[in-house]
Design a protein around this ligand. Structure first.
Ligand code: MTE
Length: 360
């Protein structure tokens, strides 16, 4: 079960997996580092930054190797504000349907927004020369994960087309300071609009290939599979590899089971389109989906961040279930219930977010 340290929900004994409730303050779309969620599958690596190198290999015209200084000197600096969303966000709501053994019971705290600074992955790839056959860019970190008796660096891949977008960063800074160790010092990928797992931390290798990465976290995890494999109930290798983050909307205030005064109740939260697309609408229901009120968007920070929203609803004394749902510019809507989106490892829950409260 998750434990709490001041303001932080901690999901493991080592504190490498934790998050906080954001404050929906229009002046603070960017999450302070002290409140940023942390998701790591293994111990943080010990990195000697002087010896550290980034290698670019595979289907390129010129394999390249950079020290940190060479990398930041060779390419223009770029700033991107982007929300990271873990694929396990809101997994806890699936637990109402049954256990998900071995998976962390994340609530809505597995999402945060950073102001990232670094160089464009696209600039680095162009310097190396992307060859015709290259379809995927594999990103591998220095941490050593153990799965099925093997130790390997956490990794995964993104499509070359995505990687050539200017806003996919090799980031050295978060919110104006060098990356903290927990967030990937000295270098991490930041892949705006894609699941957090592709924003590989402690990045050391970039490999271009004609095939998706064979890394465990691409080929055996972060895959949506709705049928249980009877021979191995936790195996999702036949599922669909996750790419873009799904459209989502979350109520932050009031908190679940809060007690509020009758009358006008202010409801606040965040929303993010699929692959961070623009939002078409955000609506709040005061009565578990019977009627809906449009929410007002109060803040965002560029194309890749969450949007903070708020709405006012009238509530009489009693028990009520508040609900939020959104739609995005691609016409995507959210499923009404978690049963519609349940999958074997509990990824990508983007059902309408329901928050029961008591009104006095
Ligand atoms: N990169 C490495 N090397 N190791 C990891 O365990 N976790 C991934 C991704 N990058 C991970 C990683 C996952 S699942 C997420 S959601 C994000 O990092 C979390 O980034 P954060 O810890 O900076 O919030």
């Amino acid at each position: 079960m998750p434990t709490t340290s001041p303001g932080r929900l901690v999901h493991d004994a080592e504190g490498r997996n934790s998050g906080t409730r954001p404050s929906i303050d229009p002046h603070h779309v960017i999450t302070p580092v002290s409140q940023f969620f942390k998701r790591s599958h293994a111990e943080y690596p010990v990195v000697d930054v002087k010896a550290w190198r980034l290698q670019v290999r595979g289907l390129v015209e010129r394999p390249l190797t950079f020290s940190l200084e060479e990398l930041t000197r060779a390419f223009p600096v770029r700033d991107v504000a982007a929300t990271l969303v873990c694929a396990g966000l809101r997994r806890d709501e699936f637990l109402a349907l049954g256990p998900l053994p071995g998976e962390l019971p994340w609530g809505p705290e597995a999402a945060s927004t950073g102001r990232w600074r670094g160089v464009s992955l696209a600039d680095v790839l162009r310097a190396a020369g992307v060859t015709d056959g290259a379809r995927y860019v594999e990103l591998i970190g220095l941490d050593q994960v153990e799965r099925h008796g093997e130790r390997f660096g956490f990794g995964g891949s993104i499509d070359v087309d995505k990687a050539l977008g200017a806003d996919v960063l090799l980031a050295t800074e978060l919110n104006g300071a060098p990356l903290p160790m927990a967030h990937g010092f000295p270098l991490r990928a930041v892949v705006p609009g894609w699941i957090g797992a592709r924003s590989v931390k402690w990045l050391a290798q970039i490999n271009l290939s004609s095939e998706p990465s064979a890394n465990y976290f691409q080929s055996k995890a972060y895959r949506v599979q709705r049928e249980i494999n009877p021979d191995d109930p936790r195996d999702v290798s036949a599922g669909v590899a996750m790419r873009g983050v799904p459209l989502n909307a979350v109520i932050v205030d009031p908190a679940p089971d809060a007690v509020v005064s009758a009358g006008t109740v202010r409801v606040r939260g965040w929303a993010l389109g699929s692959e961070a697309r623009a939002l078409a609408r955000i609506e709040v229901s005061p009565n578990d989906g019977e009627t809906w009120t449009p929410a007002i968007r109060v803040a965002a920070d560029g194309p890749w961040t969450w949007t903070f929203w708020e709405a006012a609803v009238e509530l009489a004394a009693g028990r009520h279930t508040l609900v939020v749902r959104a739609a995005d510019a691609a016409g995507t809507t959210q499923p009404a219930s978690v049963a519609e989106t349940w999958n074997v490892k509990g990824y990508g829950n983007n059902a309408w977010h329901r928050v029961p409260i008591t009104v006095e």
